[in-house]
Write a protein that binds this ligand. Structure first.
Ligand SMILES: NC(=O)c1ccc[n+]([C@@H]2O[C@H](COP(=O)([O-])OP(=O)(O)OC[C@H]3O[C@@H](n4cnc5c(N)ncnc54)[C@H](OP(=O)(O)O)[C@@H]3O)[C@@H](O)[C@H]2O)c1
Length: 329
């Protein structure tokens, strides 16, 4: 019986979670159509939530997180895929309640698999991962409302995965990007990615007025909470914010005035349940006209053994850049 290694999250006692690298049998994986030997996974904030027992992400423990995976099909009951095909599996239930990419094998429905586009190394796709896909979706949505020639656009969580890729993509498309960060000592990296200036998150003056001085033509927000509320009241006439995250809080208070007096738009972005064709289109762009050439300069490759400390860092908001996990293959 073939065995493989996985990082498992175990509930040691009620409410107390620990991580262990364990050996499992392939037969322990759920019954789905496609068995994939995972070459690479990547680390996202959601994995840290799952690894810390967040039941909104993962209901059952023990559990293997890892919402991203890239690997080679070993068995397929679906004619769309055959042994040897290289696939990306991102989103849907992977790593949430289905064992994810922090295991050397996954078994998933064929409908979750996208063939790996040609022309880039495997590590490029995982350097992007869910963060890159989400950034592409945010940019796609925002660009329907805000043209590059307009005033500055703001990106929050700038040193995080979604933030970094958003800055790189917006700059590539000609937007004037301001990077909002709590880590101003990484300004150099953000400038190299394409930001024209840095906004220190600590220095933001949060107001409770319904409308504030109009500053931004648009924004991509990964924070939620008070920061999202402040962005909405600071958008220029006709501006828009693509909101995808909640590192700063899952609630925010606003009024109707930015919407009815400035005609601003709040654009929700979801990468998880997005139809497969739209995911494939974003990957196509990221492999071609939206290629983020320098993303691998800001990406660290780690092993399964190094994952727990990286999980802790991203959970505490201390991570800079992307982390990919390279399995033995
Ligand atoms: N909707 C979707 O489909 C989707 C997909 C992917 C991710 N997300 C969400 O998007 C968010 C970012 O994901 P990620 O993978 O980029 O995470 P990440 O790599 O951990 O980056 C998050 C960044 O947010 C900033 N931050 C930390 N604490 C903050 C606070 N209290 N207030 C404001 N900013 C704070 C930090 O950057 P600075 O120090 O530079 O500010 C941090 O590096 C998460 O909430 C994640 O769940 C949603």
């Amino acid at each position: 019986m073939q065995r493989f290694r996985a990082l498992r999250v175990i509930e040691k006692s009620p409410g107390f979670f620990d991580q262990e690298i364990v050996e499992q049998n392939i037969s322990d994986l759920p019954e789905h159509d496609v068995l994939v030997r995972v070459h690479y996974s990547s680390l996202n904030y959601k994995d840290a939530l799952s690894a810390n027992g967040n039941r909104g992400v993962s209901r059952q423990y023990p559990h293997t997180p890892g919402i991203d995976a890239l690997g080679v099909v070993e068995e397929s009951k679906n004619p769309k895929f055959k042994a040897g095909d290289k696939v990306i599996v991102i989103g849907f239930d992977l790593g949430m309640n289905t064992p994810g990419g922090f295991g050397e094998y996954i078994r998933v429905p064929a409908e979750w698999c996208v063939p790996v586009p040609e022309g880039k190394p495997d590590s490029y796709w995982m350097a992007l991962g869910t963060a890159g896909l989400t950034a592409a979706l945010c940019v796609d949505r925002l660009s329907r409302f805000v043209a590059p020639s307009q005033d500055e656009v703001l990106v929050t969580g700038a040193t995080g995965g979604v933030g970094m890729v958003s800055i790189a993509l917006l700059a590539k498309l000609g937007y004037r990007v301001v990077a909002c960060t709590g880590k101003v000592d990484h300004a150099d990296m953000l400038t190299k990615l394409g930001a024209i200036r840095i906004l220190d998150r600590e220095g933001i003056d949060f107001s409770s007025r319904p409308l504030d001085k109009p500053l931004w033509a648009g924004a991509i927000d990964t924070a939620g909470g008070d920061l999202l509320a402040q962005i909405i009241r600071s958008l220029r006439y006709g501006g828009a914010v693509a909101a995808c995250g909640m590192v700063g809080g899952d609630r925010f208070e606003t009024s109707v005035f930015p919407f009815i007096l400035r005609g601003v738009s709040l654009l929700g972005v979801d990468s998880v349940e997005l139809p497969l064709e739209e995911k494939a289109e974003m990957w196509r762009r990221l492999g071609n006209e939206w290629s983020v050439e320098n993303i691998q300069d800001y990406c660290k490759e780690i092993t399964l053994e190094e994952l727990p400390s990286a999980i802790e860092r991203i959970y505490r908001g201390k991570m800079v850049g992307r982390v990919i996990v390279r399995h033995r293959f």
